[in-house]
Design a protein around this ligand. Structure first.
Ligand SMILES: [Zn+2]
Length: 665
């Protein structure tokens, strides 16, 4: 890739990381020429294992390829990415699992598609889809892609082929950023606030949105780089797909505000007539997102399953990290949809991947997806009750009987393995019940003791080389991790660890596993490329959407507890613009607050506005500057405010993952 393009992409990545959660705006295409040369070919054992997949799965079944292009009208090339995915036209190379290669080919389809009379989708402009329903006087948009620019480009494509009509309503299918991030490219904030444009969301939408993004944002953004392979080169030895779509989003620069819904779906099933079109909404809370819903259009017989029945096994716990999702309820929602709409439905669409046409095929798809999540859930619990631990369950659990040949049941995004661990975690947590694992030594200490017992790094590496030759990549990755953690400067260990990760990436059917392994290999070979700035760990859009109590909860996660020591700082806060007030207490290193109250023992009362506080939190200006300009005023001990802010830490965005971040002695 040309250097100028590379620099633009790096700048985009940096800018995106500070906005919302990075996972949904995954940009993939940062190519490091030096790194690209370091990749290695598939080992003969890997090449033959991948070759064997060709005869194990029904590749002659081309229905999905027909469906992915059915109703295609036109597309517009992405100027930043011409011919980006051309290499996928070839046969699967030895460095890619052919099943994943097939999914990557299917996810290349991009453009405007007619699904049914009055129902269109724009796919491939962003990881998610935009669905457009034509009303009497305007259009209704379901989901708005990751960025305003992507959303506008999608609408422009639609209007180039259909009558230009106003957007009368926007519907958020769920609370993930690839579904709402571009809303300001579709709807004006003023029109939404005035109720001129309807903005509908499932109950709990804003709470879920800020709740998922307010805690652990920096850790999730960093882990999302592994899930989506953000800084891998695109190509046969790098990033080929995101599982539920390409990681690229068009128009990645320029974020917009999050527009608050002005209409909420809160009953299990609710109906609306919008611009002459009937909608039936079915809530699916705590399925793929905490706040999610499916949508049925009775007139056109189209069922939109949001992200609950796409053409892949999804995640009960994505690799980036999240609260564990409820596989049992997820399955029940699909069963309810099948029960409510199964007799009438003719087309199923989703907010990722492509549609399914025909009543019988839709019913089969829904039933298979229903059983997939239920099987993983129930069989994990069965084995848990039979005394197996998470790694044993993950090893024993296979595809549900009879679903092996259903492509959509395969794990291109989630996997049966890590989903079963998620079920275990949801019900009984991280501890496997064995006291030997109750209080393990931290990783560096454990690694050093292991090496000491095994006769040192050189002896371990020598044996691991033999195992690498024998194709035992999982074990080599595991044992080399010990050597690298014991001594990150051991080049041989890093190199062998990287080689093992790489072969595991080439074998993986899941895009998220492939990306994780290949980025692990890249970072072992050439370090972290994604940036090393200090960041506040929350983006402006989410911060703006947080109620003040949540802002202080978030600030509490930035307090350096040990350094706070015995400090005791009580402050009353008043926000003149939002009329919010709050009393905060820092004591014992813990920042707590009471909303809407003033504390009689406060040492100072602070008066300011939300934008001023937010700009200080985001590091866009200093507290001292805001106080000098009297945009933050105090009555009482002004120093208490600066004392509190001095105890807050920033986070390092490119923290180490495949080696210890601790300074060695
Ligand atoms: Zn999504």
């Amino acid at each position: 890739m040309r250097r100028a393009t590379l620099m633009v992409r790096l700048a985009l990545l940096n800018c995106l990381r500070t906005r919302w959660t990075a996972y949904f705006i995954a940009i993939t295409t940062i190519v490091h020429p030096a790194q690209a040369q370091q990749t290695k070919p598939a080992e003969p054992k890997v090449a033959s294992a991948n070759q064997a997949v060709q005869s194990q799965l029904p590749f002659s079944d081309r229905q999905d390829f027909d469906d992915a292009m059915r109703g295609f009208i036109a597309t517009t090339p992405d100027p930043a990415n011409p011919d980006h995915w051309e290499f996928l036209k070839h046969e699967a190379p030895p460095t890619v699992n052919p099943s994943l290669w097939r999914q990557a080919q299917l996810n290349v389809a991009s453009g405007l598609f007619k699904v049914a009379e009055g129902v269109y989708q724009i796919r491939g402009f962003s990881p998610a889809n935009m669905t457009i329903i034509e009303g009497t006087t305007g259009i209704i948009v379901i989901d708005t892609l990751s960025t305003p620019q992507a959303a506008r480009e999608a609408l422009d494509l639609y209007f180039a082929h259909r009558p230009r009509k106003p957007v009368v309503a926007a519907i958020y299918s769920h609370s993930h950023g690839d579904h709402y991030g571009g809303v300001s490219g579709v709807v004006s904030q003023a029109d939404a606030a005035a109720g001129k444009t309807i903005v509908i969301a499932p109950i709990g939408f804003m709470e879920a949105l800020v709740g998922e993004a307010a805690v652990g944002e920096n850790a999730k953004a960093r882990r999302a780089e592994y899930q989506f392979g953000l800084s891998l080169p695109v190509g046969e030895r790098g990033n080929i797909d995101g599982g539920i779509g390409k990681g690229d989003s068009r128009g990645a620069s320029g974020g917009g505000p999050i527009i608050t819904p002005n209409d909420t779906i809160w009953q299990p099933t609710e109906t609306r007539t919008i611009d002459g079109v009937d909608f039936i909404f079915q809530l699916a809370l705590d399925s793929e997102a905490p706040s999610e819903m499916m949508i049925y259009l009775p007139k056109s017989h189209v069922l939109d399953v949001a992200e609950d029945a796409t053409h892949t096994l999804h995640n009960l716990l994505p690799l980036r990290g999240a609260g564990v999702r409820d596989g049992n309820r997820w399955s029940q929602y699909l069963n309810t949809a099948l029960d409510q709409f199964g007799a009438d439905v003719q087309v199923m669409i989703a907010q990722h991947t492509w549609p399914v046409w025909g009543n019988e095929r839709v019913r089969t798809h829904l039933a298979n997806q229903r059983d997939l999540y239920k099987y993983i859930h129930d069989q994990t619990i069965r084995m848990m009750n039979q005394g197996l631990g998470p790694t044993e369950i993950a090893e024993a659990l296979t595809m549900p009987p009879g679903l092996e040949n259903d492509w959509s049941a395969h794990g291109y995004y989630g996997t049966i393995s890590h989903n079963s661990k998620a079920v275990y975690q949801r019900y009984i947590g991280w501890y496997d019940g064995n006291p030997a694992t109750l209080n393990r030594l931290p990783r560096v200490e454990e690694a050093k003791k292991n090496l000491e017992y095994m006769g040192g790094a050189a002896a371990v590496i020598a044996r691991a080389r033999e195992d690498f030759k024998a194709g035992q990549y999982r074990w080599v990755a595991q044992i080399m991790d010990q050597v690298v953690f014991a001594d990150p400067s051991n080049k041989e260990a890093r190199s062998l660890a990287a080689d093992a990760f790489e072969q595991l990436g080439y074998l993986a059917e899941s895009s998220t596993w492939r990306n994780a392994y290949l980025l692990g290999a890249q970072e072992l070979r050439s370090g972290v490329h994604s940036g090393t700035r200090s960041v506040p760990g929350v983006g402006p859009g989410v911060l703006r959407a947080m109620p003040i109590a949540l802002v202080f909860d978030y600030l509490g996660t930035r307090v350096d507890g040990p350094r706070a020591g015995t400090a005791n700082i009580v402050i009353n806060w008043q926000f003149t613009d939002t009329r919010e007030s709050l009393a905060s207490t820092l004591e014992h290193g813990a920042l707590t607050s009471i909303n809407g109250k003033t504390a009689p023992n406060a040492v100072t009362t602070v008066t300011t506005t939300r934008p001023v506080l937010e700009s200080v939190i985001l590091g866009q200006r200093t507290l001292a500057h805001a106080m000098e300009r009297r945009e933050i005023t105090t009555v009482g001990d002004a120093k208490a405010v600066s004392d509190l802010f001095a105890l807050l830490v920033d986070f390092e965005e490119g923290f180490p993952i495949v080696e210890s971040g601790r300074k060695l002695d």
